[in-house]
Design a protein around this ligand. Structure first.
Ligand code: 13P
Ligand code: SF4
Length: 365
């Protein structure tokens, strides 16, 4: 299949090479708790989860306290695909989704009968923000010959316009599947992930020009320098990173796939180009190995999101407890939008099922 030249997305009102797509990026503020307050909040959260028939589903990038709480209460920590699958399969009547808003919305799309809470409604994502439905829908309309594949990091309205929803763990396999059927792809919103699947599969991909503020900050020259200092290290890269970083990787994959690689490979050291929240699980799975953050900018430079997502950082024990106590921050989606978004989201789960990727138990990670 011929590789098409990249068509730049002129329909997007927030395209801008010099800023993060015109999106205001908040400062990173992580929750800081003294030992007594932490213990008290953990105990309150455990009681509330039990009393409210609620289960905590957390992303790897969230605060270590939340990951520990999920582990100790029968909840789950995973990548965005398995978060969706776990919440869908779990019998609890309330899902508490710690991550960013699209993860809560995906849970609601799949589980309308369940109450879905998030610790804060402010936790969004630069990919989701950079792909507003009012610009994306006309863009799709201009390309009716293309199959619309959107990353899970999008709003329910964008998912409602899509033919497929996909996450990084199955993006390559889906692109290959569609390419083999001769389908041309319209990919949104992450242009680096789109570029990677185009390169790897030869699929005909037209992509929206969005980016992740965290992964776009990794810097190739600095990474090369760090690799020279650590010749024993393997480089693990999330595919939201730019091509210059991906080219230096030993393993490219979703967060779960990177954690698996850190356990599978014999290297004593890993340089990791993704959010550093992932180190909680990486260190737990391989306590004798050394994990180093991939560098972002040159020495002395400032960085808006130095290997940590400012929106993921908004989740903490305090707002989780307060959400459970007040019932605030419940996700609601217009039913007509939800039903349309379900089609492409359910397709993602069915496709993942056809690949026979089981939901990973905690013992597997
Ligand atoms: P994963 O699906 O790999 O967890 O990625 C989600 C995400 O937001 C990465 O930045
Ligand atoms: Fe979005 Fe990037 Fe944060 Fe993931 S790390 S939630 S892609 S901004």
């Amino acid at each position: 299949m011929a590789i098409q030249p990249v068509e730049m997305n002129t329909a997007c009102p927030v395209n801008n090479e010099t800023s993060h797509y015109g999106i205001e990026v908040p400062s990173i503020v992580t929750e800081s708790l003294g030992p007594e307050e932490r213990e008290a909040l953990m105990a309150r959260a455990k009681r509330l989860l039990r009393e409210q028939d609620a289960v905590l589903v957390a992303h790897y990038y969230t605060d270590a306290n939340l990951q520990q709480l999920a582990e100790e209460t029968g909840g789950y920590i995973s990548d965005s695909l398995d978060m969706a699958r776990f919440g869908h399969q779990h019998p609890a009547s309330t899902l508490v989704v710690a991550g960013v808003r699209f993860m809560g919305e995906t849970a609601k799309i799949l589980n309308p009968e369940k109450r879905v809470l998030v610790p804060t409604m402010d936790a969004t994502c630069s990919l989701d923000e950079g792909c507003p439905a009012e610009a994306f829908i006309p863009f799709c309309d201009q390309h009716p010959d293309r199959t619309v594949v959107v990353y899970a990091n999008t709003s329910a309205e964008v998912k409602a316009r899509a033919d497929w929803v996909v996450t990084s763990s199955i993006a390559l396999k889906l692109a290959k599947y569609l390419a083999e059927k001769g389908e041309k792809i319209l990919w949104a919103p992450d242009r680096h992930l789109g570029d990677w699947i185009r390169q790897q599969t030869g699929a005909d991909v037209l992509f929206w020009k969005g980016g992740c503020v965290v992964h776009e900050a990794f810097a190739a020259d600095e990474l090369r320098h760090l690799m020279q200092q650590h010749p024993e290290a393997a480089v693990l890269v999330h595919p939201e990173s730019p091509r210059s970083i991906i080219e230096l990787a030993d393993v490219v994959g979703s967060t779960t796939q990177l954690i698996e690689a850190s356990q599978r490979l014999d290297n004593p050291t890993f340089i990791v180009a993704t959010d550093n929240g992932i180190f909680y699980k990486m260190k737990q799975g391989a306590p004798d190995k050394t994990f180093i953050e991939a560098p972002t900018h040159g020495i002395g430079a400032t960085c808006q999101a130095c290997a940590h997502c400012p929106w993921m950082a908004m989740n903490g024990l305090r707002n989780l407890v307060s959400t459970l106590e007040t019932g605030a921050n419940e996700i609601h989606i217009d039913e007509a939008v939800r039903v349309r978004a379900l089609r492409a989201t359910q397709r993602m789960l069915d496709f993942a099922e056809s690949l026979r990727q089981p939901v990973l138990g905690e013992s597997d990670i």
